[in-house]
Design a protein around this ligand. Sequence first.
Ligand code: TYD
Ligand code: MG
Length: 494
Amino acid sequence: MTDAVESHMAKSSLSFVCQNCGAAYNRWQGKCEACGEWNTLSEEDNATAVPVSIRSKRKGRQFALESLSGKSQDAPRLSSGMAELDRVTGGGFVRGSVLLVGGDPGIGKSTLLTQATAMMARAGHRAVYISGEEAIAQVRLRAERLGLADAPVQLAAETSVEDIVSTLSEGAVPRLIVIDSIQTMWTDTVESAPGTVTQVRASAQALIRFAKKTGAAIILVGHVTKDGQIAGPRVVEHMVDAVLSFEGEGSQQFRILRAVKNRFGPTDEIGVFEMTGLGLREVTNPSELFLSERDLGAPGTAVFAGIEGTRPVLVELQALVAPTSLGTPRRAVVGWDPSRLSMVLAVLEAHCGVKLSGHDVYLNVAGGLRIQEPAADLAAAAALVSSLVNAQLPTDAVYFGEISLSGVVRPVAQTAARLKEAAKLGFGRAVLPESARGEVAGDAGLTLNPVGGLTTLVAEIAARGVPRGNREGSRDATAVEKNATPARFRRENG
Ligand code: TYD
Ligand code: MG
């Protein structure tokens, strides 16, 4: 072989791989054409290499073809022993499936999975915990703190996929294998450094193959970058059967496990946990938790009847609207979409005569829950106006409904489920979109207060407004009163 050919071959085995989506190129370029990200290409050896065993021209082995109705030897799903985790996976771990659990560092991924492995082991299943990040002593320390040190978990601190597969092929097939984390794993079949997309992808592939072959369920832990992506290996998200994301506000003890993708169950289902000194505690009734610290009777709070996955969740929205001392008023929001808040504020100004340009606005979703539904618009608007005019909202009311740019209150999905949860928790009335009334069959168990437009709601709240004593006279009902009197709305709407 001449030098020229050799160097050509060496060149062609080099490749540039997008660290975001895994697309490979043979030249460097600024933008990845596959995912549109900039500056994500980096050079990796053998990026597109296929393991030798697959490349060889062996004669194909013949395999048996099966029918759809055949019986599998074992129960297809295995409960983790934690109901909230089972809820998110869709009823337990599916045999031979691979699950990716992502989340910020320190959020509690290792804690959650240590608990799950221990529960499985205690139930008599072979459960394995492979830590690529922490030493055995550290994992043991955590288990001790969780009171799980006696659980017969099989523990190892390893990072070589070949060693792991070879070790776990011995003896009974493990029912659950936790790999903490996939970014620390590496395989001999590719030459790139650990942590690169190529390594992560090849390692995940090898582990997925092992899961499918043996029927073991595997959980891969994945790091998340600042912008919420599972760092680098988005490719892994496509390869696995389910992706769960573990979230929470740093200062809050509540943690939410969310299904982002699930081949075997619903997505957008949430599991709620509380981080305590003794590990994660399951929260079976999130509504009670999110309402537990309710400041009854304070102006500026409204209870939103939301839906998370298949489960209705009631949560308190807290607003503070106060005259600003700054040139540009502040808008701060925790747990909700800031652009959604801007939209609601704009609609309040444009259609309801609520002047907020001279006020700071703070909106907070209690309990660290992050709401994604537009159905929260109505509750947010009610809380904001309530704070502005210093009018307490009825403490037994829940709110839901989407607000359109024209100020119309639009219907949202699952009206009945929202009402049922509210009635169950002792609420007496619901403020909801007028057009949703038709969906309520029979007795909803609470008084319905349908609103067609945001103006109606604002007028109702303004009418309840008690101007503050002269000491605090600046937070004024007059900001609304001038434009939004009930009489004016009757005139306009009637
Ligand atoms: P950890 O599971 O190590 O997070 P991750 O694997 O996602 O990086 O959890 C880290 C945090 O959880 C740490 O700040 C301490 C806290 N923690 C508790 O509050 N209680 C506990 O019982 C445990 C084990 C951890
Ligand atoms: Mg960890």
